[in-house]
Design a protein around this ligand. Sequence first.
Ligand code: NAD
Length: 315
Amino acid sequence: MPDKRKVMLIGCGMVGMSYAYALLNQNIVDELVLVDVNKEKAIGEAMDLNHGLAFASSSMKIYAGDYSDAKDTDLIVIAAGVNQKPGESRIDLLSRNTAVFKSIIDPVVEAGFNGIFLIATNPVDIMSEITLKLSGFSPDKVIGSGTTLDSARLRYLVGEKLKVDPRNIHAYVIGEHGESEFVPWSQAHVSTVSLDELKAKHPERSEDLDMSEIEAEVRNSAQKIIAAKKATYYGIGMALVRITKAIFSDENSILTISSLVDGPYGIKGAYLGLPCIVGREGRVKLLELDLTEEEQKKLEKSAAVIKEAFSSVRF
Ligand code: NAD
């Protein structure tokens, strides 16, 4: 791969631009190409970001471009999508977003793009699998934001209850980024101590820790934010930057991205949010957690939900 860290962002809406703004503030990429079906919007966004460069720690090259710029791009982040119309079914929305993705993936692949796809558009697990199918790329190069944001929300909430920095909380939300996602509590740790052990040994420290309440809070937080301000975008923007950083710095960080599960956990052929090692080549390795029987069943249920939705996609 070339040394220049070049990203193409497709979809300059709230999520896309929150990502772009966070990128500008974190000095992670050298070149950012903005693409949107609304070209004028992409041009205006590029101007606005460029005017912040004098105050930024990055010296990025930012411009509005088109799919032909994909050839020497390292990473394509897709946050393009159409919104659900009143009364529209999930499946109809999925068909319209599949058409949007076809209009994106075909030309970037034709332009010679050979890097990594990172998908944010919802339903993110399905849209990532659609990208895999349309691009014909290796599964390690096609990832979605998955439950990265949900895991961050979980760590924040557990940290708040225990009064511990969320960066020292090691816990994941896994499965579908949606209703069937869940927390495998058997795997949750504070520093090196498992939550189960902490609860048993220090009940006074963990009496406020209502696990089912926290899990419900994580699952419902997107809906709560949408009710309050119509959409969620800062958190996902930062989650996308976190994944981008893991890729360009070849960090081999463990993040709950969405990627193809084809064998591990006894699941074949479904995109799911699970802890993966992420580095310069995309997904380096999918980790296999030692789930309890109940957690394994929940994961299988989540995979079934995703497989059913994917089977309704018409290409
Ligand atoms: P938005 O409506 O603000 O932006 C969507 C953008 O996509 C618009 O600028 C639009 O012009 C563009 N677009 C539409 N069709 C296009 C096409 N064919 N080619 C190029 N661009 C096109 O929406 P948003 O709030 O930014 O959300 C974007 C997506 O991110 C949605 O699918 C949303 O559900 C999803 N999202 C995901 C997460 C997550 O955790 N993965 C969190 C929040 C939102």
